[in-house]
Each structure stands twice: as structure tokens, then as C-alpha cells.
Write a new protein. Structure first.
Ligand code: ZN
Length: 60
């Protein structure tokens, strides 16, 4: 599968977007992906905090 970087928004996709709407859609997708990634990192981090571990020990 060949990837192209859209010259307008700079997001890698299968082809350059042919309209502003397509670029905005792609940007929204990227934002969603980034949010999910950050949420996953945050969740992993809070699992590792000593405070969370102590709470875990108390509740179980
Ligand atoms: Zn684009």
C-alpha cells in the first residue's frame, strides 16, 4: 500500500485530499487518534503511581 503525504494538510493518506473538507476530516481523525493515545498514556501512568497502588491495596 502506497502512502502519500497530503500537500495541503501534511497528513499521510492513500492520496492527496481533493478538498478542504477531506483535509479537515483527516485532521479530525488525527486529533481523535492523538486523544486516544494520550488517554491511554494517562491511564497507564496513573496505574503506576504509588497513590493508586495504595488505594488498590486498601480496596481489595
Ligand atoms: Zn489533506
Amino acid at each position: 500500500m502506497a502512502f502519500t503525504v497530503c500537500p495541503f494538510c501534511g497528513i499521510a493518506s492513500d492520496k492527496a485530499h481533493d478538498s478542504q473538507e477531506a483535509c479537515i476530516d483527516a485532521l479530525q481523525d488525527e486529533i481523535d487518534k492523538t486523544r486516544e493515545l494520550l488517554a491511554a498514556v494517562d491511564a497507564a501512568r496513573s496505574d503506576e503511581t504509588p497513590a493508586a497502588r495504595r488505594q488498590d491495596a486498601q480496596t481489595t
